[in-house]
Ligand binder design. Structure first.
Ligand code: HEM
Length: 326
């Protein structure tokens, strides 16, 4: 064996040891970051430089499910998604945090330029897409259009058309409960983000830096056992009938957001949904064409991938004399 060859055989174990050592240090560091050093809720696996890019990429087609699982496992129902090339994002399903962002420290959490600039061409300077003084003035101006009186008039007009009482009756309360339950599991706005104007600390201790994105997550919140109990994943409209009259806190169920920027069309949306449900469901039976669950797509507002194809048949009407006709 010549000298060169001998030194090669000596170097190989040394190199292996070095690599192993480096790998161990890397893992310890990564584990420390994913388990939370200081921030308890750093749940996605995070590595130096790239952050949680690898996990994010792996889960990019199932972000709703991934975030929901991470949030459920996080002690404070908050996670920090920090990956190379993207803004640091705090995702929370913690009602105290949601209340803080949407109400308590509302002024520090505008939609922010990253949102309003992207949607500027589509929404212009309308109420959906402005912050600060411009938003406040528009909100004051349009609030009247959504006043209780205007809505009552619309409601009674529509109720007359379909021949049902859209408020008050037991049927109407059950329908209301079914709609709330549907939107609990499939909220039309699955997630919604604000951008911090200044550094802040959320009620659960999560640090927020100036410019960070803070996302409250109605989809995940609808599935948190910490909010809804062990049957959180089940469709059970009855849970709404058992609630007190003023319902559930908008910070536990932020489907229509909460605080000063609460959806102005909430009542109108319920009137429309009840109108459609009464007009269509009473007369027609629908059966999904495909088996299995449709895929929920959370874009600006949610929809079902490829739509929901159904077979429609006219229901038999019960006549006054008790016989039925097609
Ligand atoms: C089920 C149906 C609906 C849902 C789930 C919903 C949900 C929401 C949410 C989450 C926001 C907050 C968006 C944000 O600030 O980032 C919002 C805002 C708003 N919604 Fe709705 N919405 C619904 C229907 C409607 C309807 C039918 C109207 C009007 C007739 C309406 C009018 C508004 C307005 C004007 C705002 C802006 C409020 C503000 O920025 O001060 N919404 N909605």
């Amino acid at each position: 064996m010549d000298l060169e060859c001998c030194s090669y055989y000596l170097q190989l174990p040394l190199l292996t040891c070095c690599l192993f050592l480096l790998y161990s240090i890397f893992n310890v560091f990564a584990a420390a970051r994913s388990c939370g050093s200081g921030d308890d809720q750093l749940a996605p696996r995070s590595y130096p430089v790239v952050g949680c890019l690898v996990d994010f990429y792996r889960n990019r087609r199932r972000l709703l499910g991934w975030y929901t699982a991470l949030l459920a496992a996080s002690p404070s129902q908050t996670i920090v998604v920090d990956r190379l090339g993207a803004r640091r994002t705090v995702v929370t399903a913690n009602p105290a945090n949601v209340e803080h962002v949407l109400k308590g420290n509302f002024g520090n959490y505008p939609k922010g330029k990253p949102f309003t600039e992207v949607l500027g061409d589509l929404l212009g300077g309308g109420i959906f897409n402005v912050d600060g003084e411009m938003w406040y003035r528009q909100r004051k101006m349009v609030s009247h259009e959504f006043s209780a009186r205007v809505l009552r008039e619309t409601d009674s007009g529509r109720g007359d058309v379909v021949g049902v009482d859209l408020e008050g009756s037991r049927g109407a309360r059950v329908l209301h409960a079914a709609l709330c339950e549907t939107m609990r599991l499939y909220p039309p706005v699955a997630w919604d983000s604000k951008h911090a104007a200044e550094d802040d600390v959320l009620p659960d201790g999560t640090r927020v830096g100036r410019g960070d994105r803070v996302t409250y997550f109605p989809y995940g919140m609808g599935r948190m056992e910490s909010i809804w109990g062990p049957d959180a994943g089940e469709f059970r409209p009855r849970r709404w009938l058992a609630l007190p009259r003023d319902g559930v806190s908008p910070f536990k169920y932020p489907v229509f957001q909460g605080g000063p920027r609460t959806c102005l069309g909430k009542e109108m949306a319920f009137v429309q949904m009840k109108f459609v449900a009464s007009a269509v469901l009473r007369r027609f039976e629908r059966r999904p064409v495909a088996e299995g669950s449709p895929v929920f797509v959370p874009l600006l507002t949610a929809h079902m991938a490829g739509g929901l194809k159904v077979t429609v048949t006219r229901r038999r009407h019960r006549q006054q004399n008790g016989t039925c006709e097609r």
